[in-house]
Structures are given as C-alpha cells and as structure tokens.
Design a protein around this ligand. Structure first.
Ligand SMILES: Cc1cc2nc3c(=O)[nH]c(=O)nc-3n(C[C@H](O)[C@H](O)[C@H](O)COP(=O)(O)OP(=O)(O)OC[C@H]3O[C@@H](n4cnc5c(N)ncnc54)[C@H](O)[C@@H]3O)c2cc1C
Length: 475
C-alpha cells in the first residue's frame, strides 16, 4: 500500500511519522526546499491547554490530548518543550466573567488544574504584570516549544523508519476515478497511491479542490510579532494572555525556548490570494506593542532583535477539517488554525490509525520512535564537549557567538539535510541570536558552500534564487 502526505509542516510531518509505524510505503511531498517553512515557521509556539476551544469542536477534541502527548514527543524526538503554565489576565468585571467561562469550557474539554487566582497571587508570581489586574485564570499544563524543530525531528525520525521524502516537489494534481483516489501528480512525475493526506496548511483548500472537493475555503489571517533578546526572558515566567476576543486569543507576552520574550500576535484578515504576505507593518507592530504593554507595562523594547509575521489558515467554520471525505482514500488535515501545533500529535495518532484500519495495515515490528537531536556542546558538561572535540576539532570552533553554535553542529545539520542558510538556522540556531546573523552569516555560507561543493553564490538563504552573494568581485 502506498500513502502520499501533502505538506511537511508540523501536521504533515507528524502524520507521516505515525504512518511509518505501519507496513506501507509513505511518501511526503513538500513544495519548499525544506520542511517546516509554512505556517509552522512563524507562530507563538505555545502548547495550549485546551480551555480556549468551544466544546464539541475538533479543536477542543484534540487540543488537551495533544498537550498531554508533548512530554513523550519531546523525549522521543529530542525536541525542546517546557511547561511554563499560563495566566489569562482579567482587568475588569467583564473579563472576570470571561475567565469563569473559560474555566468551565476547559473543564468540559478535560483540561486539568485550572484555577482562578486573586490579584495578590498573580502579582506575587508575576511581579511585572500590570498592577491593574484583578484576577488570573491559571492553567498549569500550558507549555512552550519550537514548532519547526518538531517538523524537522519528525521527518528525520520518519526517514529512519522508511519515509520517502520529496522536497521541492509541489503536488499539482490528485487523480480520482470511480470515487476513489488513484494518484498524485507533481511537477516531477506521477505516483500511484492508495491514500492521500491533505496537510497543505494555507493551501489545503487548493489541494482539496484538486481531488474535486469544494468544502474548504481558506484565507490568511496575519499575526505580527516582536521578539526581545535573551536578557529579557526572566521578566515573566508564564505565558500571559489577555481575555480573548471572538476573533483571537489576543496579544500575548511569553517567554521563549531561546530565553527571550515574544510579544504578539495581532490578527489581520487578508485577501485569499495574499498567502505570501508575511511582511510586518508599522500599524500592526504598534498594535502588538500596545497590546503587550497592557499586560506588562515596563517592557524593555530597546531589546527588540526581530519582528516577523505568520499567516493563520482561517476558514469560515473556524475549526479543523479532519478525516475521511467523499473521495475514498482522500483524508483531510486541513484548516489547521490555532491550536493546530498543540493538536498535531493527537491528530497524527488518530488519523494514522483510521487510515491503517481502512487500508488494513499491520504495524511494523521494528519501528524506532527515537531520534537523537544534534548535540549542542555549549549545553554539555565540559568532559563531553572535549570528547566531541577529540573526535573532530570542528566541534570546538564556535561560529555563532550569540548562541554559541559550533562548526560541528553546522556540518551535522548539513549532513541531516540542510541545504540553505535557513535550513542551518532552524536546525542549529546559528544566526538566531542577538545579532540575527550579522556576525556569522558569511561563515555559515562558507561552510555550506564547502560541504555542498557549490560556489557561495549558489547557496540560497531560503527559496531558490534567494541569494546572499551574486558572484565574485574579482576573479
Ligand atoms: C500567528 C500564528 C500563531 C499561532 N500560534 C499557535 C500556538 O501558539 N499554538 C498552537 O498550537 N498553534 C498555533 N498556531 C497554529 C499553528 O501554527 C498551525 O496550526 C500549524 O503550524 C499548521 O501546521 P500545518 O502543518 O498544517 O501547516 P504548514 O506548516 O503550513 O505546512 C503545510 C505545508 O504544505 C506545503 N504545501 C502547500 N501546498 C503544497 C503542495 N501543493 N504540494 C506540496 N506541498 C505543499 C507548504 O509549503 C507547507 O510547508 C498559530 C498560527 C499562527 C499563524
């Protein structure tokens, strides 16, 4: 049996990994040159508890179970996950009513440990919070992670278990005959398949239409962010939410895995064709800053090192579209707005079991669920770092001074599939620190050029043609 998964974001990557547990050929198609470069690349990275979602929705069904899978996922795939807990902050009696509704909703969704704390308790735990706060809904299971690292790790692990990965290969057609899926067509060829999973993120409506299905309509909803450097991460311990609006969870302040603070996102609906519109705007960033200051008034904004934006795949039904369809063998993992990252591991387990039952697949006896992360010597005890240098001196040469990333890590990232500057950045955190690559991009580029055996002007930043260097000044 042959199964094609379309889209290597966090959702498609985890589904492909789960499908590799079964006796089947699994093919993963991604139109970008690397995995995790779609919606998965730019979001808040929160592992939500599940109290924001209305009972009865697919979001509510998969969020809390997804959250509960994160410790195991983190252990198996070597990805970062930290339970910080979260507060939803109330500044008025109306907000307090919202907190009570969220607590009841969370209980209905099976979210453990929710408590409403009084002002004094909130301020004793989070002294930087606006003193105008009157109460906070405490959710201890909320955590933070690095979404793109999950996609990278899941694909690496799936490759170990037999996945066939097709990067830089957009699916352009899905062949259906007599109500059953038969093949997928890409820019490079045609592949006969027994099942297809549509995990194409912002483009899941387009892929769905390829199979003759009209039920999904998506448009991008942009969220902009400001990232503060790693000296600011201790200002708050938990993820801080305002009371949500009907449109979004609101503008947040949260600690990041990298040790900084993230402010955002706002929520701006864009036209359906603006699916590459990840630019930030003056208006949007002002909105983010004033929203964040409402929660934490004394934010050290001079420590901002980056602004960026992500696009949510919004649908009129405001819910995930999951599972089997009117076309036999065509399955949806579509309209994956928030909390899609959190829900992804639970959806992957459930959907792969459904497909395995439909196709009568046996489990492989030798599936290996573990993947070793790239070692980061700066986090290791000195003796272990020295042992690495003993084997290869490149593990002792620091290239990115902000995040103390060594040449050994960069070479290992390239060995595991990085072909671009962003590929190295998302695998190692080189160029991800305070200077945002100002001091090390040229060194990383040199290493990529040397290891890949191509001239430096052929090394792309991300997509094909996004070059940093265009040629030699003097031959
Ligand atoms: C601003 C913002 C904040 C968010 N915050 C959170 C949060 O804190 N917590 C949370 O749980 N969720 C959050 N989310 C939601 C979460 O980020 C998404 O649900 C999740 O990343 C979706 O992953 P995906 O794999 O479905 O999509 P994507 O990551 O977009 O992956 C789909 C992939 O399909 C590829 N593709 C598309 N068309 C084709 C084709 N024809 N052929 C081959 N490949 C194709 C794309 O290139 C892409 O790589 C947030 C989203 C945004 C935008």
């Amino acid at each position: 049996m042959r199964i094609a998964v379309i889209g290597a974001g966090v959702v498609g990557a985890l589904i492909a990994r789960e499908l590799c547990r079964y006796e089947a050929e699994v093919l993963l198609f991604e139109r970008e040159p690397d995995v995790g470069w779609g919606v998965t690349k730019a979001n808040s990275g929160i592992v939500h508890a599940g109290f924001h979602d209305e009972p009865g929705t697919a979001r509510a069904r998969f969020c809390a179970p997804g959250n509960a899978l994160f410790p195991k996922l983190s252990e198996e795939l070597g990805i970062p996950f930290r339970r910080t807990g979260a507060y939803v902050l109330a500044f008025s009696r109306k907000d307090l009513g919202t907190l009570e509704e969220l607590a009841a909703q969370g209980e209905a969704n099976g979210v453990p440990g929710l408590e409403i704390h009084r002002r004094e308790e909130v301020l004793s735990r989070e002294p930087q919070v606006n003193p105008g706060v009157i109460a906070g809904l405490w959710a201890p299971t909320v955590g933070i992670t690095l979404p793109w690292e999950i996609a990278i790790a899941a694909v690496e692990n799936a490759l170990e278990n037999g996945l066939e990965l097709h990067l830089d290969e957009a699916v352009i057609g899905v062949e259906v005959s007599r109500g059953k899926v038969r093949a997928v067509r890409t820019e490079k060829g045609s592949y006969s398949v027994d099942a297809v999973v549509n995990a194409a993120g912002l483009f899941a409506d387009v892929v769905s239409r390829m199979a003759g299905l009209d039920g999904i309509e998506l448009h991008p909803r942009r969220g902009e962010y400001v990232l503060l450097d790693e000296t600011t991460g201790d200002l708050v311990k938990a993820v801080l939410f305002p009371a949500p609006t009907p449109k979004s969870k609101g503008i947040l302040v949260l600690p990041t895995i990298g040790g900084g603070l993230l402010l955002g996102p706002n929520a701006r609906d864009l036209p359906g064709d603006a699916r590459d519109a990840t630019e930030t705007t003056r208006e949007g960033l002002s909105e983010v800053i004033s929203g964040a200051k409402r929660l934490v008034p004394d934010l050290p904004l001079g420590k901002a090192i980056k602004t960026f934006a992500g696009l949510r795949p919004e649908s009129p039904q405001k819910d995930f579209v999951l599972g089997e369809t009117g076309v036999k063998g065509f399955y949806q993992a579509a309209a994956m707005r928030s909390p899609g990252l959190t829900a992804a591991p639970a959806i992957a387990e459930w959907l792969s079991r459904e497909i395995a039952m439909d196709l009568d697949l046996e489990e492989k006896p030798d599936f290996n669920p573990t993947r070793d992360p790239i070692p980061h010597p700066a986090d290791l005890p000195e003796a272990e770092w020295e042992a690495l240098i003993e084997k290869d001196p490149r593990w002792g040469r620091i290239v990115c001074f902000c995040n103390r990333v060594t040449e050994g890590e960069i070479v290992e990232a390239i060995r595991r599939g990085a072909r671009t500057l962003d590929g190295v950045k998302f695998r190692t955190k080189a160029m991800f620190g305070r200077c945002q690559g100002g001091f090390c991009t040229d060194r990383v580029l040199e290493i990529l050029s040397r290891e890949l055996g191509v001239p430096p002007w052929e090394v792309a930043k991300a997509r094909k043609g996004s070059r940093i260097i265009i040629g030699e000044v003097r031959p």
